[in-house]
Design a protein around this ligand. Sequence first.
Ligand SMILES: Nc1nc2c(ncn2[C@@H]2O[C@H](COP(=O)(O)OP(=O)(O)OP(=O)(O)O)[C@@H](O)[C@H]2O)c(=O)[nH]1
Ligand SMILES: [Mg+2]
Length: 275
Amino acid sequence: MTINWFPGHMNKARRELAKALARIDVVIEVLDARLPRSSQNPMLNDLRAGKPCIAVLNRRDLADPLVTAAWLRALERDDDTLSLAISATRPGSVRGIPKLCHKLAPHRRGPGKTVRCMVVGIPNVGKSTLINTLLGRSIAKVADRPAVTKSQQRFQLDRDISLADTPGVLWPKLEDQEGAYRLAATGAIRETAFEFMDVATYAARFLAEHYPSLLQARFKLDDVSQEPRRLIEEIGRRRGFLQRGGVVDLERAGETLLRELRAGKIGRISFEQPP
Ligand SMILES: Nc1nc2c(ncn2[C@@H]2O[C@H](COP(=O)(O)OP(=O)(O)OP(=O)(O)O)[C@@H](O)[C@H]2O)c(=O)[nH]1
Ligand SMILES: [Mg+2]
């Protein structure tokens, strides 16, 4: 099944983003550290029109640390972009961001001046969480599902930095379907826009290939070299998800696999390596 998710509110959000960007000094693009390539919105590069950018690899606590370090080295080569890996939920992890904002907009320093920052990124990546942690207060609405923030909202961080929260946006056609499956597996796409079992099967195949020992240990599997559907069936059997006649409830097993993957319970997983 082809995955695409670009509902009307996202189109509106994109137009409003384009308009607001004219009055922005620094763009803070939040990426998912587990999939920095697929979580980068290609529309944004055009909209940004050369504005300085901080690429934030969020959810570093869930990503493979060695892969994240390699991504930071790769991203460093970009001239107008500074990058760092964070966990937006942890205050100590975001502390360096205000300084980077000043560094990227030195002309906005001085009496009466403010660095105007805008936090952008795909749905559910942690934009509002980052803003709340920077502010030290829970002001922006946060939840573990995509499309929580519905409109732009501006906050004053301190006297000389303002932050705008924005709704998460994807793009009209997800050309790279493997990337789309990763976005679905990690929670950036609304669950009604894809078949849960398809994405669970993708996740089982990926984990068996790239993180076999973590998968095996989490679900106490005998053999991870089986077909992905069989792996899901065995996960269901191990967890006791049996229906009448001893048949495994595959849907429930697939859902468990995805939920535990998203929550980091299987381990620290990265879906993408830098080029
Ligand atoms: N493990 C972990 N979870 C995080 C991190 N940052 C955010 N989250 C969780 O991710 C979920 C989504 O966070 P939000 O801040 O609402 O995401 P958003 O980008 O504002 O989402 P939209 O407004 O829907 O576009 C919440 O459950 C957060 O607690 C992180 O660094 N690590
Ligand atoms: Mg939000």
